[in-house]
Design a protein around this ligand. Sequence first.
Ligand code: ADP
Ligand code: MN
Ligand code: MN
Ligand code: MN
Length: 340
Amino acid sequence: MPKFKLEYIWLDGYTPVPNLRSKTQLKDFDSFPTLEQLPNWGFDGSSTQQAEGRSSDCVLKPVALYPDGSRNNGILVMCEVMMPDGVTPHPSNSRATILDDADTWFGFEQEYFLWEDGAPLGFPKGGYPGPQGPYYCGVGFSNVGDVARQIVEEHLELCLEAGINHEGINAEVAKGQWEFQIFGKGSKTCADQIWVARYILNRLCESYGVDVNYHCKPLGKDLDWNGSGMHCNFSTKYMRETGGKEYFEALMAAFGKNLDEHIAVYGPDNHMRLTGLHETQSIDKFTYGIADRGSSVRVPHSFINAGYKGYLEDRRPNSQGDPYQIASRVLKTISEVPLP
Ligand code: ADP
Ligand code: MN
Ligand code: MN
Ligand code: MN
């Protein structure tokens, strides 16, 4: 009977951005266990800003399983944090109460910087490389450096072994900046995979002496270096199968009306990134446009060509955003628009 190494993963209580935490539990199972077979577990919430010292136990409730390709008989166990009663979600649990619908599909484009000694991986010590231009989807040592692609490739393999629905990878506009895309049907299915893919990347980078910097503008807003987003592509069953110009315009009006509510969950420091000067509209305006990367929502050509059918891209969510909250907010606004 193999001993399985169960890596229980959770989000801590730090704000505005939770950190990923994890610890291992060993359990005997005849074969790869199901979610129902995994017990709840506990941790010391006073060490993660989730409890006071005197009564510090929090509960970990497994919610999704992924094979862990970095270990023999390893499993990554995504968890929700619950109160000591085991059934009440902890205030930091941003997943428990979100809107979810298996027919609403999400594709997140997670951008990030690989970071070493206080600067993007590949920046010369104490200085800057040549200006942006050649790095986006670039190839060759002077464009991507020596280890970045190895990290990115290993990350891809580990995600695929975990069953994560990775859809693509590219080198981004700034040196040391990369992106991966993950697609999932339903808020929780997709967002769980983003969090686990982030976890796998952070852990993988340890052995390279590299960190992952998810801040949306890590080089500051005054320098001409790209920021990091997490574009949220979405489609409902109605958008895919029926659609139409009238419904689309009503949907965009609802997005405009809920501007503040969206920005509130689209990631911290987004004013540094959404300036209106570069690839996205400024933070206090809502616009949409066909193939327009300077708008808040980009309408792909495919959407128009199909007769206002398909998916849309909200470009405002940033790289540090919580995909649970982002997906749920998109769904909330969609739910406010009556179907014709
Ligand atoms: P770009 O960089 O041009 O914005 P990407 O190729 O990086 O585009 O990302 C496109 C995203 O759109 C992917 O994450 C993909 O999963 C997502 N996507 C494609 N079709 C749909 C759909 N029908 N519903 C939701 N998301 C979709
Ligand atoms: Mn992309
Ligand atoms: Mn991108
Ligand atoms: Mn995009």
